[in-house]
Design a binder for this molecule. Structure first.
Ligand SMILES: [Zn+2]
Ligand SMILES: [Zn+2]
Length: 195
């Protein structure tokens, strides 16, 4: 037993009518596990932490975040019913929460940042830059950033939004964040029209 709340004391409880010494943590757990099960059941419809390939501490963080969202929803529901307002669905609550969080960071109009050419997809933050993996040896492409730096680097990753290949990590970050890209643009080495 590990608890951040209970002392290491024991109490005498009952098991099948007989007295049994138990840690207080166990007694509390038995009294409240119904609520834990109910919480698990409520969260099973909206698991944030199910995604594979994440570090264990990210899973725990997402779980705690998810539980906090649920707790907020429960408190809001109680307040709503006390004030006799119409019921709110768990799903609608999550959608509204997500919308309001995203709205804070959404650019209200394209004029906000005049330094960015709106034709230039790569720096746009209002779009999701979707990473896409190509399979097979023949499907590797030159990393756009490495190419600019004079390196010949073949990768399987591309940004589907920008339709450009790049290494994960640094090159991806550079491509999507630097207004002035490093090196020289040598995008279409193949098939470039000569004048
Ligand atoms: Zn690269
Ligand atoms: Zn992109």
């Amino acid at each position: 037993m590990i608890s951040t709340y209970h002392p290491d004391e024991t109490v005498v409880g009952k098991k099948k009518g007989r007295d049994l010494v138990k840690p207080v943590a166990v007694l509390d757990y038995n009294n409240t596990m119904g609520g834990v099960d109910l919480k698990d059941q409520k969260l099973s419809a909206c698991l944030l932490e199910r995604k594979r390939c994440v570090k264990w501490y990210m899973k725990i963080f997402k779980r705690l975040l998810n539980v906090s969202v649920l707790n907020a929803f429960i408190l809001l529901t109680e307040s709503i019913s006390r004030r006799g307002k119409p019921e709110l669905l768990h799903r609608s609550f999550r959608e509204q929460l997500a919308d309001s969080l995203v709205a804070r960071h959404r650019r209200s109009s394209p004029q906000v940042n005049p330094g960015i050419d709106m034709e230039d997809l790569r720096l746009r933050r209002d779009l999701v830059h979707v990473p896409e993996l190509t399979t097979g040896r023949g499907n590797r492409m030159n990393c756009r950033i490495c190419a600019r730096n004079g390196k010949d680097k073949k990768v399987h990753l591309k940004c589907a939004t920008c339709d450009e290949a790049m290494c994960p990590g640094d090159c991806w970050r550079v491509w999507h964040s630097l207004q002035q890209l490093p090196g020289r643009d040598i995008k279409s080495r193949k098939g470039r029209r000569r004048h």
